[in-house]
Design a protein around this ligand. Structure first.
Ligand code: SF4
Length: 389
């Protein structure tokens, strides 16, 4: 028996309860062990182990949330993703690129509601040159220095390299010096090329997605990581995705957080696939918590799962309720999106016995007086909205 067969045999002999106990105490799962857990359907035991890991990594008495706004600066995209109901071609009459004034208004509304960040993502526009983006970042930076610019996921960055014939490093360096604050982990889907080639065309493959993140981390930047699952991938490919993220995090340490959600088939080219429900979401997130022992934070995806499941996610590996999401278009186009008020987000944390605290993108707590300002501003906005309908 060679070494790898010996390791596989030892791993196969470990019972699921042994594995869950060990991982809760800091043991690192192998690919094979991750897959065995994924296939075991030990929903409650896996959730409890994920909860223990969360408590070990986050012993504090609070759980967090963020306030930001999702601004989709364009829906024009040169890629075709079968799961996407948001994109339009450059010739479509429904295609748009937001003008500066509309963008500035959205940022100002975010600040008025106590937000500290904008998440700016778009389609992969085939024509906009890099100076369109750097000018935009510079202007936003000088007008709103208190706002973190969390913008441009790896597929967009990769598109910028193609349109401008520049390297990833050159593009990211220019964006950073123009004011880019952090990189969102969008467009990760499943980081396995068999899957990517099946559901996307004209979009970055796994190695290039990871390379954008690697270079950004080498430049001192921070980013989030994502997984969209429940479409054409196998369980082994979900684990492979987690493995690729974990390996890169070992190398760079640049991921601050991970968020996963189930694919929403409505209005997409994959509408024949059944939508995955709460079980699949919570179970996969819990296993992600067990597997990703080097990514500190996991965000609940209540935007796709709704309030009740989003709250339960805090018991299945998440330590953060993600963002208030003042605006969300991409998931909304696919027909399934949930909206929560700030009070609902805070109440869902407090009902579990935690203090609810606002944070920034780097997971620093926002000072209490600013947190209270946001609470009051959001209550006033909700009151004004309900009065006007
Ligand atoms: S998911 Fe992104 S890259 Fe794919 S078609 Fe939609 S906008 Fe374009």
């Amino acid at each position: 028996m060679n070494m790898s067969q010996t390791i596989q045999t030892v791993s196969a002999n470990r019972s699921i309860p042994w594995l869950l106990d060990a991982v809760a105490d800091g043991y690192r799962l192998s690919r094979e062990e991750g897959l065995r857990l994924m296939e075991s359907h030990e929903f409650v035991a896996v959730g409890q182990a994920a909860g223990r890991v969360t408590t070990r990594m986050h012993p504090e008495s609070y759980r967090t949330y963020n306030i930001d706004r999702n601004i989709n600066y364009t829906n024009i995209c040169s890629a075709v993703c079968d799961f996407c109901a948001f994109y339009r071609t450059i010739k479509s009459p429904e295609g748009y690129v937001l003008d500066r004034e509309s963008l500035f208004q959205k940022v100002e509304q975010t600040i008025a509601l106590g937000g500290n960040q904008i998440l700016m993502q778009g389609g992969m526009h085939p024509k906009l040159k890099l100076d369109w983006y750097t000018d935009l970042l510079s202007e936003l930076r000088s007008r709103y220095p208190q706002i973190n610019l969390h913008a441009f996921s790896p597929p967009e960055i990769y598109q910028f390299t193609k349109v401008n014939r520049l390297s990833v490093r050159e593009v990211l360096t220019e964006l950073k010096s123009a004011g880019l604050g952090s990189l969102p982990g969008g467009g990760g889907e499943i980081l396995v090329d068999r899957v990517r080639k099946k559901i996307t065309r004209g979009k970055v493959l796994s190695d290039d997605w990871l390379e954008v993140m690697r270079v950004w981390h080498e430049l001192g930047g921070r980013s989030s990581a994502t997984m969209m699952f429940g479409h054409v991938e196998t369980l082994a490919e979900r684990i492979e995705h987690l493995e690729r993220l974990r390996q890169l995090q070992d190398e760079t340490g640049g991921f601050t957080a991970y968020i996963c959600w189930t694919f929403r088939p409505e209005n997409t080219g994959l509408s024949h696939l059944p939508a995955k429900g709460a079980y699949e979401y919570l179970y996969t997130q819990a296993i992600s918590r067990l597997y990703l022992d080097n990514i500190p934070n996991i965000q609940s995806s209540w935007v796709t799962q709704g309030l009740n499941v989003g709250q339960l996610a805090l018991l299945y590996g998440a330590n953060d309720m993600g963002s208030l999401m003042i605006e969300e278009n991409v998931v909304a186009e696919a027909g399934t999106v949930h909206f929560l008020t700030l009070d609902q987000i805070r109440a869902s944390i407090e009902e579990l016995g935690f203090e609810a605290r606002q944070r920034d993108v780097f997971y620093n707590l926002v000072p209490k007086e600013l947190e209270q300002f946001a609470i009051d501003a959001n209550r006033a906005a909700c009151k004004a909205n309900s009065g006007s309908t």
